[in-house]
Design a protein. Structure first.
Length: 182
């Protein structure tokens, strides 16, 4: 089991940035009602903090997406554990995810959302990984980004490794033992 290494984003910075993101989202959407599509499980903690900082009329939906990846970290298969169970026609949607790495998970959530024909759809991620080769074409297209982080595997604040560490209040790098613990 890889060990925890350095803190990448401490809890006070997360708290401050979530407030700033909420202000950015509020400015962008104004008083229009908003439908949030949260990508579970990883976005759970971020989602809970973010929605409590948003003042507008808001509906919360979730999709359950799991991504599998190759040993070299490339995007693998996407599995939906649950899909959207409602019509989004005429609604303004914000997809909220924990981390953008290869972009495969957010792409899948976007595709699923767009198939329900919302009036508009924007995206928000707490973390965006800086990748060299194999970087996501979506990276420049995300509307709201919390933090850009280096290409290290992180856990905490909802993110897990093998089901562990979701409850850490800070975002912490995992020690790399012979490559990324993916
Ligand atoms: P993709 O490659 O689909 O990655 O953009 C996003 C999903 O992959 C998982 N992921 C991570 N999970 N620490 C994690 O705990 C990480 O550093 C990490 N990088 C990718 C996560 O499920 C995320 O939704």
């Amino acid at each position: 089991m890889p060990r925890l290494s350095v803190v990448i984003v401490p809890r006070n910075q997360i708290r401050r940035r979530v407030g700033e993101l909420a202000a950015e989202i509020t400015e962008a959407f104004g008083n229009r009602g908003l439908t949030i599509v949260g990508v579970l499980d990883g976005a759970l903690v971020f989602l809970a903090d973010l929605i409590r900082r948003l003042p507008m009329r808001l509906e919360l939906l979730t999709v359950g997406v799991r991504s599998y990846r190759g040993r070299d970290g490339t995007a693998g298969e996407i599995e939906f554990r649950h899909r959207l169970r409602t019509d989004l026609a005429g609604q303004h949607v914000l997809i909220v995810d924990d981390i953008l790495d290869t972009g495969a998970t957010l792409s899948a959530a976007l595709e699923e959302t767009m198939s329900h024909e919302p009036a508009s759809c924007r995206t928000c991620v707490l973390l965006r990984k800086k990748r060299g080769r194999g970087g996501s074409s979506l990276a420049g297209a995300v509307d709201f980004v919390g933090f850009d982080i280096p290409d290290v595997f992180v856990v905490g604040y909802g993110l897990d490794f093998d089901g562990r560490y979701r409850n850490l209040p800070d975002i912490v790098a995992l020690q790399q033992v012979g490559g990324q613990p993916r």
